[in-house]
Design a protein around this ligand. Sequence first.
Ligand code: E4P
Length: 226
Amino acid sequence: MWYTIQRIPTYLTMKLFLDTANIAYVEEIASWGVLDGVTTNPSLVAKEGADFEKTVKAMGDLVPCVSAQVTATDSQEMIKQGEQYASWHKNVYVKVPMTVEGLKALTYFREKGIRTNTTLIFSANQAILAAKAGANIISPFIGRLDDAGQDGMGLIAEIMQIWNNYNFDTEVLVASTRHPRHIVEAAELGAHISTIPYALFKKLPNHPLTDSGIIKFQEDWESVKQ
Ligand code: E4P
């Protein structure tokens, strides 16, 4: 599906994040030289079963941006958790859910200079509120919207149109990506970041014509050598 954006801003590059709490996966993709950050969430952390603090510290040594999500629902408790996470590593971004309590915590973190990522964004109004509260990053979940019968990439188009109209310095991170075209379409819309699950990231370098092309080049080279 195509979406028309009237004025597309130019960024230095689109950032690619890995959506995981698995340190080995981060080491592997970081070794490709293309990884700009990592997003974790409580479900991903629970899946790995590893110590959260150790995981965040190890990932902070590998990439310049690691999102660590608060689990509290009250702003004061979010603030306590977020300050603790931020003390673990200079590359931590405190991930705060999009609620009224989350907005209060975002405002506090902005004043304290603690960087944030607002998660569970499902509407443009939520995106505007999080940006105005000072979020460094907002994370609209496109796959979950698609799963609910709505248009996830349409939300990204809407948000990027709004971002083109104003001077929000909040980066738009396309989350809950499910397939390779999501990454392309997010880039076409000028989204700043895509976070990508490991299995999907591993698909991105591949194309069958690349594979068959390499085999043909090798066969031709070997035939000349003989
Ligand atoms: C990233 O920050 C999100 O937590 C993640 O992309 C959610 O993906 P899911 O909808 O596949 O769980």
